[in-house]
Design a binder for this molecule. Structure first.
Ligand code: NAP
Ligand code: F7E
Length: 340
């Protein structure tokens, strides 16, 4: 439903940008379970992912807006009067950011500034969460990475996130806005987009196991990432906005694994040998790569009492299990569909 259609004001109110993304739906569920009235900023005339959000979170209320459009953000804050804004909206796929660099700067970089400007104009007491990223560390200057590690982004996405991070710090320091920045390392789930390497792997593993695919084309298998579970990570976002002081926090598991290790874990779980199916294809290589990331979340563990609850192997198995079910359903639907 859209704002104005029905109002249920219980407890706090939160507005989430990026509601149709992986983190948006998990965060909406978490905040709803805590008694929040949750509003999701939705863009486009007829966003195809709106019904998916409504299915997951039936009480969600939508408000129209776009991170490229300043007045739509001001209107969204005036219409929803939130206590907290979680800015998760972004062009978030690093690969795409090389192909659409200006648009990435506009949405992922300047989007946070527009939301902060709207807060400054409408109500400076609104608490703000910025979805910062380990991609800001890029070509890492130290290992593991902490809140004090210098940034060296390696993609238009990473550069845009550095801008979003520093403008968040600047609005905190300049205007006294409660603006927190979560420097989140990779986090995955069954809801992860199919373009990201983890979900691309688990979905194709399921297809190969069920006989509807016979190979998987990937880029750099040596890249190493600190992969956690998205549901744990949205809990960290929530905790950051309940803290006494706004601050920056690294959120990570403290373990790193290569794409090759992910492949091994996913294929071996269904008794397949990944080396028989995986090919490398230069189209999936990036002009500049982030070789290895590993985060130190000590500050979040001590200040926010946050910790990850799902191991690397549990995460891989959870995603493969989910994709096996999904692909089975897709096969069943295809078999019952009338031939046209
Ligand atoms: P995601 O699944 O790619 O979702 C991105 C969201 O941004 C979608 O809801 C998309 O909505 C929205 N969006 C795109 N352009 C927009 C615009 N012009 N105006 C308003 N919304 C727009 O991303 P995610 O994995 O949930 O990540 C959430 C946030 O955390 C992102 O900012 C991402 O960069 C950041 N982050 C993610 C990770 C990770 O590992 N997942 C790690 C660190 C930081 P549409 O349906 O309209 O396209
Ligand atoms: O790539 C390599 C690729 O696209 C991971 C975003 O959520 O996390 C994410 O960014 C690694 C890279 O995620 C393929 O080169 C190999 O080294 O899954 P990804 P990402 O780039 O780490 C950060 C923290 C964010 O903030 C971002 O929003 O895997 N890789 N072969 C591949 N990657 C993809 N996508 N596809 C391949 O075929």
């Amino acid at each position: 439903m859209h704002v104005g259609a029905k109002e249920t004001v219980v407890g706090k109110r939160a507005l989430i940008t990026g509601i149709t993304g992986q983190d948006g739906t998990y965060l909406a569920e978490l905040l709803t379970s805590k008694g929040y009235t949750v509003y999701g900023l939705i863009r486009g005339q007829n966003n195809p992912r709106k019904s998916m959000v409504e299915k997951i979170c039936p009480t969600i209320q939508f408000v129209e807006g776009d991170l490229a459009d300043q007045s739509s953000l001001i209107n969204a804050l005036e219409a929803t009067t939130p206590d907290e804004v979680y800015n998760l909206g972004a062009i978030s796929f690093v690969g795409l950011s090389f192909k659409q660099a200006l648009l990435t700067g506009e949405i992922t970089g300047l989007g946070p500034l527009r939301v902060l400007e709207a807060i400054r104009m409408v109500n400076k007491n609104i608490r703000y969460y910025q979805a910062s990223s380990s991609e800001m560390f890029g070509k890492v200057r130290e290992t593991p990475q902490t809140e004090l590690t210098p940034f060296h982004p390696r993609s238009p996405y990473g550069v845009a996130k550095v801008y979003g991070h520093y403008i968040t710090v600047n609005y905190r320091e300049s205007y006294g806005i409660f603006a927190a920045s979560g420097i989140l390392f990779n986090h995955e789930s069954p809801r992860r987009g199919l373009e990201f390497v983890t979900r691309k792997i688990t979905n194709t593993v399921a297809k190969i196991k069920l006989g509807v695919a016979d190979s998987l084309a990937l880029g750099n298998l040596d890249a190493q990432r600190d992969w956690g579970y998205a549901k744990d990570y949205v809990d960290a976002m929530y905790r950051m906005l309940q803290a006494e002081q706004p601050d920056d926090f690294v959120i990570a598991t403290g373990e790193t694994h290569s794409v090759r290790e992910f492949l091994e874990a996913a294929f071996s779980y269904v008794d397949l040998d990944w080396q028989q199916y995986v090919k490398t294809d230069p189209q999936f290589l990036r002009p500049a790569e982030v070789d290895t990331l590993i985060g130190d979340a000590t500050k979040a563990r001590t200040t926010l009492d946050w910790k990850p609850t799902v191991s690397f192997t549990e995460l891989v198995h959870m995603m493969v299990n989910n994709d096996l079910e999904l692909v089975k359903q897709e096969i069943a639907i295809a078999q019952t569909a009338p031939v046209s």
